[in-house]
Ligand binder design. Structure first.
Ligand SMILES: Cc1ncc(COP(=O)(O)O)c(C=O)c1O
Length: 442
């Protein structure tokens, strides 16, 4: 693109675009015009490996043929239909049936939305309606510190970290209680992982007791802490949590917006532990973000109690293009060896990360499932001393200069490339990262 035109774009962006999670009035650095495979290209011709799949969502990378063709064909066939009232269309029916067939346990009804946050709102509304129809005053939602559940009002209230200007919204909505999320490296150092898992799960039981089991509607959590720092739970945690929810009659809402669709290996992260939640909230990888889409996948037991109710929805619920893209993504996940690739690249990355990387003085721990890997940088290894955030962000900045997009939070670098990444591309990512960590000024 020629320079005057490019200058115009930067000026117009500065004048008119508000960028989420970027300081208002601070200029942006890149205008991206094209993507292919795992790479993005900006208007100056620079290329980047997308080591974070954007917001951990472009599971199938850019320009995936099945999805592009399906969206084009659907736009010609039926570009839009609202599924409010008595209307439906083949793509939404097929997609719901495929989600029901692949979701854990008896989760077999789907409410579609335009994204993860809306699906979270829908899930929370359904849970409260469920209990009120049973004549129970169970309304409180317990979730976890460091958990992220979205940018809309209730999802933000359930989120367990301060989100910039949104903290005021978080405080406005009552009925949300937070407990710590397990972090073996940080709060269970030296402990037997099973004993630590029990300790962490017991914090939920304690919170339910303290709040009063008759007032608690649901426990809401991500299977693996995502935005809050890429922290997987100790083995044994989830089965214990399920047992506690059952013991107290508390519903379990699993937020798989980030972890769903093979990000951690299997179709859903829940499958890693044979976990069956009561509602599973999905988004992002459902169609690799080719068209905005989210879904609350709900247990038949809950839906039966809601019989006859009119649920709220959204103009884009079950949008034909989103559904066509999701059905094409299902074909890709089912037929194109995606899960095998995740396993292969996970092993390659973990071999290097737990070998040469972990041997570096500032790498504290490497943990992850599938292609959702967190690498914690520390000032001092033995004491696990935290680094100032600007040092970790410095690594993120330098890697961007070298053509690798990653992100970091809470001292952890998040490595989550598209699930279609090749061995050569994964090695290229790590080759860029290694000297930056080895030579960083901590
Ligand atoms: C775990 C989790 N839940 C919910 C959301 C919100 O989804 P969306 O941004 O599509 O509304 C996100 C987004 O990052 C997420 O990571």
């Amino acid at each position: 693109m020629d320079q005057p035109l490019l200058n115009d774009l930067f000026a117009l962006d500065r004048a008119h675009v508000l960028h989420p999670n970027h300081p208002v009035h601070q200029d942006i650095d890149f205008i991206v015009s094209r993507g292919e495979g795992v790479r993005l290209y900006d208007t100056t011709g620079r290329s980047f490996i997308d080591g974070r799949s954007q917001l951990n969502c472009v599971n199938l990378g850019y320009g995936y043929r099945r999805l592009v063709d399906a969206i084009k064909a659907q736009a010609e066939e039926l570009s839009y239909l609202s599924i409010f009232y008595q209307f439906s269309h083949p793509q939404v029916i097929t997609c719901a049936a495929r989600l029901a067939a692949s979701a854990p346990g008896d989760l077999d009804h789907v409410l579609f939305t335009s994204g993860g946050s809306e699906a979270m709102e829908a899930a929370l509304a359904m849970v409260r309606l469920y209990w009120s129809r049973l004549g129970r005053a169970k309304t409180k939602i317990i979730s976890r510190y460091k958990g992220y559940h979205g940018g809309t009002a209730s999802a933000m209230a359930a989120t367990g970290m301060a989100m910039g200007g949104q903290t005021s919204i978080q405080r406005l909505i009552s009925g949300h209680v937070h407990i710590p999320a397990p972090n073996l490296y940080r709060s269970g150092a030296g402990m037997d992982p099973e004993a630590y898992a029990k300790l962490a799960a017991d914090q939920l039981a304690e919170a339910i007791e303290l709040e009063g089991p008759d007032s608690v509607a649901a426990f809401l959590a991500e299977p693996i802490i995502g935005v809050g720092g890429y922290v997987p739970p100790p083995p044994g945690y989830w089965p214990l949590v399920r047992e506690i929810c059952d013991r107290y009659g508390v519903l379990l809402i699993l937020d798989e917006v980030m972890t769903g669709f093979h990000r951690t290996g299997p179709r859903f992260a829940a499958d890693n532990w044979g976990l069956v939640p009561d509602i599973l909230v999905a988004g992002k990888g459902i169609n690799s973000c080719y068209v905005p889409c989210g879904a609350a996948i709900v247990s038949r037991r809950i839906v039966d109690v809601l019989a006859g109710a009119r649920l709220s929805g959204f103009t884009h619920s079950g949008h034909p293009l989103a559904m066509a893209a999701a059905n094409a993504a299902f074909d890709a996940y089912d037929q194109d060896g995606i899960e095998d690739n995740v396993g292969r690249i996970h092993r390659l990355m973990m071999d290097r990360l737990q070998g040469e990387f972990l041997a570096l003085p500032h790498v504290g721990t490497v943990e992850g499932l599938g292609l959702m890997i967190g690498l914690e940088l520390v000032a001092e290894k033995k004491e696990r001393t935290r680094l100032p955030d600007k040092v970790t962000q410095g690594v993120v900045g330098k890697s961007l200069d070298q053509g690798l997009i990653i992100r970091a939070r809470d001292g952890r670098l998040a490595l989550c490339p598209p699930l279609v990444i090749s061995e050569a591309e994964a090695n290229e990512m790590l080759d860029i990262l290694f000297p930056l960590i080895r030579d960083m000024n901590a």
